[in-house]
Design a protein around this ligand. Structure first.
Ligand code: FAD
Length: 522
């Protein structure tokens, strides 16, 4: 039997005292501790709870104060409440954070409109459907988007109520390791005490110090979301997921789009074969993509902007209506009183261990503010881990199976090591590939571009990574994610019966291909 590194890493996840001591009245502790001699296998776990109890907090202190109500914070709050904790969430803007209000949810709603429009205008004839007189109503696109956002945000509000979580509308600052001062939205100041604090304050767009890159025609992602019409031309600086999605979206809505990326591929952290394929498809779809390039100067000419782009020694100018800067995000961690308490940061990122604990006992941090992959589901899982540790469990985060997705058409989805990374680490790998093109379902839905690529350890077939570009890649990837979580081997995926016709058959074929046993690969 191979060792299960995840189970080892996760230590005692799932083994808990059931009743966190910190939630009990002080007089009941001796009795419960006596009972727990039987129930608790890990003595240090019990001692930590006792220490937490002995922290200098007032009787009114809650178990967990969560700062920030994004996907990291609100999920942490719910998990802590599920485990019996009294929880307060402080949010300065809107529950749901960037993800629900300005990120994942609104962009995906707009991308769906873009794909429907594209299908109606350019592709429906292919399906034997005539759609004459199709036009774009951008106000209706953004109206639909805003309705979806509103519904989703109010869903989070409902979950807060259902779990008895108090939400304070205001800006929080740490006063000590167990108290937070909140400037509430109605102008008052309130101090909240808690045994644990989870910081989930997220991130904000980075600006670039380029000459002339300012003014109302220079957008970041938040400003692009507020636009009330489609620009006729736009230059996107940054070829990461956010830049590529916005570029794709505006192109489908009819804009002339140029994407400039400083390194040699778009989607910098993605498998190079997959990123190369997406670039080819986007260029075929009319987007101008300049890699190994940078914008060095911007000049305003009336309502237009002219950008000087350098590619090696070559220089060229392009003139556009708007420039969208999508070069990354930085943590929101300043002015929070972290330094005074000794919470360590690195360029704004709050440093945490795998239990999401900072250097200061009782203070945790999760999500974008801790850096790493800036993804909502990573933030949420970290929120779960932090909440469990606050409530006396001992769990740790596993980053090896966190998927990352891009919602263009075709979609891109990846998990685990790329082929290059595996080789750099000196791992002997086998690679399995299969195209969507011959797949019956892909032909039926008219989406034949792309492929699935598996990276497996050569000897035992442990799946190290999976990289998909193709239809519904962002759903299909979870077959690989679960296989990796469960430590299934590549041949087990290949031997699993997959429904026909289905896009998932391409996963099976790619897994079989790793051992040269694909049935349908040409
Ligand atoms: P946030 O969502 O940023 O939430 C932090 C919250 O804390 C905010 O609501 C903020 O108001 C609040 N806050 C900050 N400081 C304080 C304070 N002092 N007091 C009180 N409240 C405070 N990720 C994906 O996984 N999939 C996607 O498809 C995806 N698409 C994206 C598209 C765009 C355009 C963008 C910008 C991001 C996208 N992301 C996506 C990333 C995702 O939105 C973030 O990773 C995620 O929101 C991080 O969650 P968080 O809880 O760490 O922080």
């Amino acid at each position: 039997m191979r060792k299960n590194p995840r189970k080892e890493r996760h230590g005692v996840r799932g083994v808990s005292t059931k009743i966190p001591l910190s939630t009990l009245p002080v007089e009941e502790i001796p009795t419960v501790m006596a009972d727990m001699q039987v129930a608790v296998r890990d003595k240090s776990q019990m001692m930590e709870q006792v220490e937490a109890m002995m922290k200098d907090v007032s009787p009114g202190a809650v178990d967990v104060i969560v700062i920030g109500g994004g996907p990291g914070g609100y999920v942490a709050a719910i998990r802590a409440a599920q485990l019996g904790g009294r929880v307060v969430v402080v949010e300065k803007d809107s529950l749901g954070g960037v993800c629900l209000n300005r990120g994942c949810i609104p962009t995906k709603a707009m991308l769906s409109s873009a794909d429907v429009y594209d299908l109606a205008v350019r592709r429906c004839g292919e399906f034997g459907v005539n759609a004459k007189g199709v036009s774009l109503d951008y106000a209706a696109v953004t109206g639909r988007r805003d309705k979806i956002v509103k519904q989703t945000v109010s869903g989070v509000g409902y979950l807060m109520k259902k779990n008895d979580i108090r939400v304070i509308s205001g800006t929080a600052k740490l006063k000590s390791a167990s108290s937070v001062e909140v400037k509430t939205s109605d102008g008052k100041t309130e101090t909240v005490e808690g045994r644990n604090i989870i910081i989930a304050t997220g991130s904000e767009p980075v600006q670039l110090p380029i000459e002339g890159l300012d003014g109302k025609n220079v957008w970041d992602s938040d400003a692009a979301m507020k636009a009330d019409s489609v620009p006729s031309s736009i230059l996107v600086i940054g070829g990461g997921a956010i830049g590529v999605e916005w570029g794709y979206l505006f192109k489908k809505f009819g804009a002339d789009v140029t994407i400039v990326e400083m390194i040699s591929q778009i989607l910098p952290l993605t498998d190079s074969e997959v990123a190369g394929e997406l670039k080819k498809i986007l260029v075929k779809g009319g987007i101008d993509i300049l890699t190994d390039s940078k914008v060095s100067k911007v000049t305003k000419k009336g309502a237009k902007l002219t950008a000087l782009i350098e590619t090696g020694k070559d220089k060229k100018e392009i003139t556009v209506d708007k420039i969208l800067v999508a070069v990354g995000r930085r943590p929101v961690s300043s002015d929070m009183g972290l330094e005074a308490l000794g919470v360590k940061t690195d360029r704004g990122k709050i440093l945490v261990n795998e239990s999401m604990q900072t250097d200061v006992r009782g203070i945790y941090a999760v999500g974008d503010v801790t850096g790493g992959m800036l993804l909502a589901h990573k933030a949420s899982e970290e929120g779960v881990i932090a909440a469990e540790n606050c409530m006396g469990r001992k769990t740790r985060m596993n980053y090896n199976t966190v998927p990352a997705c891009v919602y263009t058409s075709p979609e891109v989805a990846t998990v685990g090591l790329t082929e290059d990374e595996a080789k750099k680490r000196g791992i002997d790998v086998k690679v399995g590939r299969s195209l969507f093109m011959p797949n019956g379902k892909a032909k039926g839905i008219g989406e034949r571009d792309g492929f699935v690529k598996f990276i497996a350890e050569a000897r035992y077939g442990e799946i190290l990574g999976c990289h998909i570009i193709g239809p519904h890649a962002t759903d299909l990837i979870h077959e690989a994610v679960i296989a990796m979580e469960a430590e299934a081997t590549i041949d087990q995926v290949g031997k699993t019966v997959h429904a026909h016709p289905s896009l998932a058959e391409v996963i099976k074929e790619a897994a079989l291909d790793a051992d040269g046993e694909s049935i349908h690969n040409g």
